[in-house]
Design a protein around this ligand. Structure first.
Ligand code: NAP
Length: 483
């Protein structure tokens, strides 16, 4: 493995962060997916510590919520400064535990920091309203108040950005947080907690608990003091948590799985569409919720498109993410590798053709060759499940109506993309795609400034933009009479 050299090695934590203290015995090893070597170990905490974290967050709630917005904003800005100061170390930690190339990890740290910056500012803009009253000599006021203690459960594919995308708006709104990162990638979350600690965030305002998901998730769902559960992960687990959270009627915000269509119309700029497909499919080794999962290409340009796509895919440099040349890292674990191989074998058995790739990479471990498949049918499992790997399945289509029907024929509704130059068609297709986000001649959907989220079984609620902070605020109406 390329060596993990940090300017500040104390950012690698082996304990969880509870009520402003580092707790627990290192127990579960965290492995570098590039070569399987252990980086460190973290505690396997239980429902006892999960409950203690809620108690700490509950105790910290009123003092934090009662602070001036400017005080909360200043604390977030100090956290931001710490994150920026340690950007390179945070990126290396992220690559070491997750596998993505260092350039992508550095992008993710900037993305993570952008949520802290944006919501530090947004804290100052939480305003209520005065509405026309229904009674004489009275006033009707509406205030926005922090929802309370928030629980956050996050996945391994964006181990830093998913932390700040939840914690920053929650803290800015005056909420306090208990968080469980994914077991594969807790080190980014713990390093961010260490930096929050250095920034002087009050004790108990943000707690990071590591350990088995089920008891921790259940403890938080069952606890009536937790008022919001924010989850990013698979649709299956999202549904389970939604059921569990219903017992205490919590608010849930869910950022779940996707099955993004990527449509190339006949009049598309072919080169731009190919580059878009590379970005939307192969980023993070195909392991993002908004990854293109099904490429629909119009008959008239299909052959030229797949030929050019295969050429570009062949140029991708696969390797250890810490190597600066690397453009595609390993998959997160062997289960991910097995899933990709199974979906691919099923597609090939059903008549799909491998244009390039198609096999585990000679580097071994969990590396897989970037792959392009054509002759794919929309009935194949590879087009119905999230592949979460570097395989681009291409399906031919001949009419707009046909491709819209196929694109919408999935329980998911997170992101969709299309390339084409006809403006009338662009708005028509955008209107008809049942997705929370649509990239038109662009794939760069991720930004702090936009409302990120899905419809159908891809989620509830939005993260990012001014809409993102509203999830953490509750309206209260005051009627003032006798004036
Ligand atoms: P996952 O299996 O659903 O796990 C996500 C998190 O939930 C992990 O921390 C996991 O811990 C935890 N979890 C699992 N079972 C749980 C339970 N019974 N109670 C409480 N927590 C539980 O998803 P993943 O494989 O890590 O992540 C990939 C998925 O996330 C994909 O479907 C992807 O599309 C989605 N995603 C969506 C977005 C978005 O914004 N929409 C962003 C990123 C990823 P354990 O691993 O210990 O079980």
């Amino acid at each position: 493995m390329a060596r993990l050299e940090l300017n500040d090695p104390s950012l690698i934590k082996s304990q969880a962060y509870l009520n402003g203290a580092w707790v627990g015995e290192p127990q579960d090893p965290i492995l570098n997916p590039a070569d399987g070597t252990p980086i460190t170990s973290v505690p396997a905490l239980s429902e006892v510590e999960a409950e203690a974290a809620v108690s700490a967050a509950y105790q910290a709630l009123q003092p934090w919520a009662g602070q001036l917005a400017a005080v909360r904003a200043a604390a977030l800005r100090r956290w931001l400064e710490q994150i920026r100061q340690h950007r390179d170390d945070l990126a290396k930690i992220l690559t070491a535990e997750q596998g993505k190339p260092l350039a992508e990890a550095s992008w993710e740290i900037d993305y993570a920091a952008s949520f802290v910056e944006f919501y530090a500012e947004e804290a100052l803009r939480i305003a209520g309203e005065i509405l026309p009253s229904h009674l004489p000599k009275s006033r009707v006021m509406v205030t926005k108040n922090p929802i309370g203690v928030c629980a956050a459960i996050t996945p391994w594919n964006f181990p830093a950005a998913m932390i700040t995308r939840k914690c920053a708006p929650a803290l800015a709104a005056g909420c306090t947080v208990v968080l469980k990162p994914a077991p594969e990638t807790p080190l980014s979350a713990l390093a961010l907690a260490e930096l929050a600690d250095r920034a002087g965030l009050p004790q108990g305002a943000m707690n990071v608990i590591t350990g088995p998901a089920e008891p921790i998730g259940r403890a938080w769902c069952d606890d009536p003091r937790v008022r919001l559960l924010g989850f990013t992960g698979s649709t299956e687990v999202g549904k389970l948590l939604m059921r569990q959270a219903s017992q205490t009627v919590k608010k849930v915000t869910l950022e779940l799985g996707g099955n993004a269509p990527f449509i190339v119309f006949a009049d598309a700029d072919l080169e731009a569409a190919v580059e878009g497909a590379i970005a939307a499919k192969f980023r993070n080794t195909g392991q993002t919720c908004i990854c293109a999962n099904r490429l629909f290409v119009h008959d008239s340009i299909h052959d030229r498109f797949v030929e050019r796509l295969a050429e570009r895919v062949n140029e991708l440099v696969v390797g250890d993410g810490l190597d600066p040349e690397t453009q595609q890292g390993p998959l997160i674990n062997t289960a991910a590798l097995d899933k990709v191989q199974k979906l691919l074998a099923d597609a090939v058995a059903g008549g799909a053709r491998v244009l390039t790739g198609g096999k585990p990479h000679p580097l071994g471990g969990t590396y897989f060759q970037p792959t392009v498949l054509d002759r794919v049918a929309p009935t194949m499992a590879i087009t119905q499940q999230e592949i979460f790997g570097p395989v681009a399945p291409v399906i031919r289509f001949s009419s707009e109506a046909e491709v819209i029907t196929q694109a919408n024929d999935t329980p998911y509704g997170l992101a969709a993309y299309f390339y084409g130059r006809d403006l009338g068609q662009a708005f028509r297709v955008a209107d008809r795609l049942e997705y929370g986000m649509v990239g038109i001649n662009s794939t760069a959907l991720g930004s702090v400034a936009v409302p990120f989220g899905g419809v159908k079984q891809s989620g509830i609620g939005r993260e990012g933009s001014h809409h993102g902070i509203d999830e953490y605020l509750e309206l209260k109406y005051l009627l003032v009479g006798g004036l």
